[in-house]
Design a binder for this molecule. Structure first.
Ligand code: PGA
Length: 242
């Protein structure tokens, strides 16, 4: 694991955007694994800025998002599909047909997850997977568990994740209780992984991810076994990593 220490959120965002844009410049038809949440918004803004300046071209890029809430359709303002349009896709020249997010509106969890997993596999998995990390060490919606998950599957969100995500909903009762998420095995197939983290609330999870035992109780800890994983985190998130 390579750890890049950043001053603050803006610095983290710029450094993450640099790596993503380098991937797109090296391989214009790159397959990017994308993440939602508050952490990547700054990196997406930076990419939009560089696109507007004419430095980046997304026309051949394909994207595969990590997860989606179960029960939300693509145009629901709380869906991750909507989030991606609002925070990135609507602002760059990406071909929407090449963007992929699990279909939360499909009530058949098994079918929805199996077809998403097949899609990512047939594409050859991602060249670069961007990840945030949950306060509890989750990646995607792979929550602490007794075993590492494999392919895309339906998960029950933990109380701590529901709590953390409720800030983005009107009330905690509105937070969906389930999600479809790429599994840990699918995530680990990416050629390169980029984890971003900001703020003191992530400090324990970041420490456990980088220096703790590799255990499904901290799903992100498996990233220690990936051969090309970069962690970009600010001072606060690295507060326990001296
Ligand atoms: P956040 O979420 O970026 O909103 O903190 C990260 C995550 O839960 O993976």
């Amino acid at each position: 694991m390579r750890i890049i220490r950043c001053k603050d959120y803006a610095d983290m965002s710029r450094k993450a955007a640099n790596i993503i844009s380098a991937q797109v410049i090296m391989k214009p038809h790159a397959r990017l694994g994308l993440a939602t949440g508050t952490t990547p918004i700054g990196a997406y803004q930076q990419l939009i800025e560089w696109y507007e300046k004419g430095d980046l071209d997304f026309s051949e890029v394909s994207t595969y998002n990590l997860d989606e809430y179960r029960g939300l359709s693509h145009d629901d303002p709380q869906s991750y599909h909507y989030f991606m349009c609002k925070n990135l896709f609507d602002h760059v020249n990406i071909d929407l047909a090449r963007t992929h997010v699990p279909d939360g509106s499909d009530p058949d969890a098994q079918a929805a997850c199996a077809s998403y997993d097949a899609l990512v596999k047939e594409a050859g998995y991602t060249d670069l997977q961007l990840l945030g990390i949950g306060n509890n060490g989750h990646i995607g919606f792979n929550e602490p568990d007794d075993a590492f998950s494999k392919g895309t599957h339906c998960v029950d969100l933990t109380e701590s994740t529901i709590q953390a995500n409720s800030r983005l909903f009107e009330s905690i009762d509105d937070v969906p209780r389930q999600a479809y998420t790429m599994g840990v095995q699918t995530i680990m197939r990416a050629r390169a992984i980029l984890v971003i983290a900001s703020g003191a609330a992530k400090a324990q999870a970041v420490y456990d991810m980088c220096f703790g035992p590799v255990t499904p109780r901290v799903p992100a800890s498996i990233l220690q076994l990936h051969t090309n994983c970069t962690v970009i985190a600010d001072e606060a998130a690295l507060g326990l990593c001296s």
